[in-house]
Write a new protein. Structure first.
Lengths: 115, 110
């Protein structure tokens, strides 16, 4: 079945640094990828929808200049958290829409801790 | 923003009992999916039900969908301690972005 990978699985960084998270579709082409954020004991919140070759669409309240999304190929989307602060500490999960449709595979998530 | 609400927010049962979780949503959907998440881990897809379906089964799982009421339920029969996890419904509208409910934290006591 369709598999999505994320890298890194966890990252700890100092406040003010930037962190890049990669999301890859391993055995299918994903024209659209989705980025979610999940705070402890809460549900997943959609941050942005990323379309290959075009600008990402951000949800209301998500700062596009802080969360940079690049979807340069049909198998890779990246999320860069710029000038990270402790309040950005969260679990970031991506998913990718398979052209064939059906269940949307999710990546295993990246746990970001900003000190 | 989240699409829907789930209830209960938390559910604690004994092993062997059935667990029922409900999900309500607001907009028209293409399909609805249920996911499971163990603490601090990724999502595991459980079942997908399309808007023209009313019920689906998968092993010990039974999902119903009532589009007139904009609600769905997930039933886990003969629960096991290993079923302890958070369960989320996710709605997929016709523009295809997926949004999650608040989730139900299920605890199955051995």
């Amino acid at each position: 079945g369709a598999v999505v990978s994320q890298h890194p699985s966890w990252v700890i960084c100092k406040s003010g640094t930037s962190v890049k998270i990669e999301c890859r579709s391993l055995d299918f082409q994903a024209t659209t990828m989705f980025w979610y954020r999940q705070f402890p004991k809460q549900s997943l919140m959609l941050m942005a929808t990323s379309n290959e070759g075009s600008k990402a669409t951000y949800e209301q309240g998500v700062e596009k200049d802080k969360f940079l999304i690049n979807h340069a190929s049909l198998t890779l989307s990246t999320l860069t958290v710029t000038s990270a602060h402790p309040e950005d500490s969260s679990f970031y999960i991506c998913s990718a829409r398979d052209i064939a449709g059906g269940p949307v595979p999710f990546g295993p998530g990246t746990r970001l801790t900003v000190l | 923003s989240q699409q829907g609400e789930e209830d209960p927010q938390a559910l604690s049962i004994q092993e062997g009992e059935n667990a029922t979780m409900n999900c309500s949503y607001k907009t028209s959907i293409n399909n609805l999916q249920w996911y499971r998440q163990n603490s601090g881990r990724g999502l595991v897809h459980l079942i997908l039900i399309r808007s023209n379906e009313r019920e689906k089964h998968s092993g010990r799982l039974r999902v119903t969908l009532d589009t007139s009421k904009k609600s769905s339920s997930l039933l886990i029969t003969a629960s096991r301690a290993a079923d302890t996890a958070s369960y989320f419904c996710a709605t997929v509208p016709f523009n295809n972005d997926m949004r999650f409910g608040a989730g139900t934290r299920l605890t199955v006591k051995p």
